[in-house]
Design a protein around this ligand. Structure first.
Ligand code: HH2
Length: 261
């Protein structure tokens, strides 16, 4: 999954793709590089971020979705939003997956996904982006995150979402310390055992910075390490900024392991 942030303030690429044409070029480049899906987001959910507001999100997203529609045939589009009103606009413009970091927190989200027959990624977050890194705490992070995802998956299915339309995500960096993130990546099998594909987004995040001592612009190699480890632990989708490099790394990794890319 290639990341396309059409935000002024995303933690690693804010402001780079605000313009529709630049965004479409980047999406095409990621699709050509092997991204199986392009995730378009118009609200930063980095630690400390304040909500953009749905009107702002739609105003950022709509021109980009229009520029993308039909021009990135190699890769379906996903919309990274917590708001059903934003998801609706993106689905109308062709998005086939809603990537919801609040796992259906907006009461209108699951009904929309069910009605439109699109996919949904349900992600775990403790707290809200503005304060989630202040004091994250768990008893047993792996079982608590798995139980949350199982509950949200059940709610989605009760609401009419097809079970095979659901992807699960432990939410690396969303209300988690480095130790929590490491435990979740090591324990990914517990989340896979819920029976749905697992998505992991660790690219360029604070955990990579903590482990390598590198600033956000220098975390490419560390992010590749995280992507390979996530796939080794059972992830089916990795959400990344550097698609070409990740595809190459995964190709080599999976061939050596004998699984094929
Ligand atoms: N991480 C971010 C945003 N959306 N969605 C899922 N499913 N999983 C993630 O780990 C995830 C996500 C944060 O990363 P990024 O989009 O690079 O930054 P920002 O939130 O600042 O736009």
């Amino acid at each position: 999954m290639g990341i396309l942030n059409v935000t002024p303030d995303s933690f690693s690429d804010g402001g780079e793709y605000l313009d529709g044409a630049a965004a479409a070029d980047h999406a095409r480049a990621m699709a050509a590089g092997g991204a199986a899906i392009i995730d378009v987001g118009a609200e930063s959910t980095r630690p400390g971020a304040t909500p953009a507001g749905t009107e702002v999100e739609i105003a950022r997203l709509a021109p980009v979705m229009r520029a993308l529609a039909g021009t990135v045939p190699a890769a379906p589009l996903s919309v990274d939003t917590r708001h059903a009103a934003v998801a609706r606009v993106a689905i109308d413009a062709g998005a086939v997956l809603v990537n919801d970091v609040s796992a259906g927190g907006d009461p209108a989200m699951l009904p929309l996904v069910a009605e439109r027959g699109v996919g949904i990624c349900l992600m775990h977050m403790q707290g809200e982006p503005a304060t989630m890194q202040d004091d994250p705490h768990y008893g047993d992070v792996v079982s608590e995150v798995a139980a949350f995802l199982e509950g949200r998956m059940a709610a989605a299915v009760r609401g009419g979402v097809a079970e095979d339309a659901i992807v699960l995500d432990p939410g690396i960096g969303f209300g988690k310390s480095l130790d929590h993130n490491l435990a979740l990546l090591r324990g990914l099998g517990v989340i896979s055992s819920l029976g749905r594909p697992v998505l992991v987004g660790a690219a360029r995040k604070g955990m990579i910075g903590s482990l390598t001592g590198r600033d956000v612009g220098e975390r490419r190699a560390g992010s590749l390490g995280a992507a390979l480890a996530a796939v080794a632990a059972g992830a089916s989708v990795v959400r990344v900024h550097d698609v070409d490099e990740t595809v190459d790394a995964l190709r080599v990794f999976t061939e050596i392991r004998g699984g094929g890319a």
